[in-house]
Ligand binder design. Sequence first.
Ligand code: RUB
Length: 274
Amino acid sequence: MNFNQICKAIKEVEIQGAENIAKAAIKAYYLNPTKAAVRKLISLRPTEPCLRNALNFVQLDKGNITKALIHFEESDFLISEYGSKLIQNESILYTHCHSSTVINMFKHAKEKGKRFLVRNTETRPLLQGRITSKELSRLKIPNSHFVDSAMRFALKKCDMVFIGADAITSEGKVINKIGSEMACEIAKKYDIPVYICTNSWKFDPKTIFGFPEIIEKRPKNEVWSNPPRGVNIINPAFEKIDPDLITAIISELGILKPENFLMQVQKKYPWMIK
Ligand code: RUB
């Protein structure tokens, strides 16, 4: 794909998930290493600090393109190691939308001999939950698929929730696909632990300085292409999960409470804060 094709695929969510978007943006920057290219890439998905952090990092030094890709690879491995150890045999796990980090962790757990089932929700309007189901089926991980409004029904018999992240704020709030906060509230009601699987470059340093993480609003026609006149369609892509709904964040830095995660990420990656 050339630079413009990558931009189009990110904008139209053909390339989706924060980490895949960041990796694609690195490739696009390699093809077009200019400030204008960086500005364009950043504008494509507003709720994506991983994309912004990755582009900031690769601009610091030529060798950083390879280093950034290694960071993602090593982080995915460590998250898979840490996360898969938490999974008990015969457990039922819940996920929402499509997170490559969560899928990698499930794959790793299966390779380590863990036996478990996954329940997931379809994730209207773009149905990224189907990508999750397809990938789980390809990996021969038993899975059940539910419509979003069956989320409580799907979740209440589960043992653990594993979801991804698009952004993490300085207050320890995690932003992920719309529906994620609802899933975490249901999990709390039924005493089900919630784990966020994410590499730490999803932290948004600008939130330290009081800038809010902007929640991306997607086009109305994704929800309803031809609605009657007078219908106001609102299509938020993401929502914020309060830290008190989160058992821990599983990242390359370990399995940490949100407040400890924030301390570690700022210590390990000072270039991110500048
Ligand atoms: C995808 C989504 C994913 C996170 C994490 O939203 O919310 O859970 O991006 O994914 P969209 P990953 O489909 O709108 O991009 O773990 O792959 O970074």
